[in-house]
Design a protein around this ligand. Sequence first.
Ligand code: PLP
Length: 394
Amino acid sequence: MSINQQSYGYGASKSSIREIAAYGAMRKAQIGAQNVFDFSLGNPSVPAPDAVRDSIAHALSLPATALHGYTPANGLPAAREAVAASLNRRFGTAYQADDLYLTCGAAASISIVLNAVCNAGEEVIVIAPYFPEYAVFIQNAGATCVEVMADVKTFQIDVEAVEAAITPRTAAVMIDSPNNPVGSVYARANLQALAAVLEQKSAEYGHAIYLISDEPYREIAYDVEVPWVPDLYDRTIVCYSYSKSLSLPGERIGWVLVPSNNPEHDELVPAIAGAGRKMGFVCAPALFQRVLIDCVDEPTNIEAYARNREALTQGLSAIGYEYIEPQGAFYLWMKALEPDANAFFERAKSYELLPVPSDSFGCTGWVRVGYCVSHQTIVDSMPAWQKLWDSYQR
Ligand code: PLP
């Protein structure tokens, strides 16, 4: 008998994003925070809205047993009603509280959905480059992660490549728009083309292929449409969290939505509840369920990210760097100055610049520059980006 080797492996090998962030923290302690340009983590630099504090203060006046007590496994009915009503106002839908399952953030939402829809030996397609934890969550659900590279020019979904990767074992395709790590937003036509393929393949193989739409960055988009995916494909399941939109990543609050137009809705809702039960992902933090009742319609403050995006793109393009124009989220996807992104990262590190090499996201030759940092960090980093560039011209 031995401990679970898969779990040991995940715990013993840290995520490279976290390793870079840990290095950044150590380096800041050594040479001063203002001298290290850490673009590694996706931790929002915008504070949570004041309404969140007000809501917490209000909740503290509740009797302690009510405040700290268990809620139903899928969340307080009033919180789920508030979320459903908010979605209905925004998207013209008719969702109900029971279509929602509240979770400890998008990571839990994704894990629950994968465990609800996958059987051992099935496959889940992800669009590379992708959030690296997807592979961990997919393997934990007993499925195989199948990487399909995005269109390398536009970083939109390469629908033909997805079509070619679908097999009779495909249980789901997972997308993330606005996208981490690229900052792209999938256009309506791109999603419609994907929907047409999934419909045709579901019919051909005689079983549902689900579209798992992971959307923690939905509200962070710069003047582009972020289509509501369940309107385009009936078999969509949406995973969401308030980690980015309300800057609450440490509070662990989000949801899964099984839209009412999903043909397997009535089986999926109990399967989601069962997956939550199986994994012990029940009763999301009660205080933040209450915060949702008050704050679900709070606007996301994207001005600071928009300003950072402007400064970063202008500064880097003036130097000569190539990147994908970011349409959403708070990441810039920049071409490394040599084919090996890890080697480029090592050289960037010597100028105290800490982006994340693209190999961590399942593709080579790029880096992710997270601009959820202070504006000053972006401004102050420009001479270092210039020196890094110059070092490649010699
Ligand atoms: N999905 C994507 C694409 C993310 O970028 C993240 C976090 O950075 C998550 C899911 C996990 O979000 P949460 O912190 O809400 O679990």
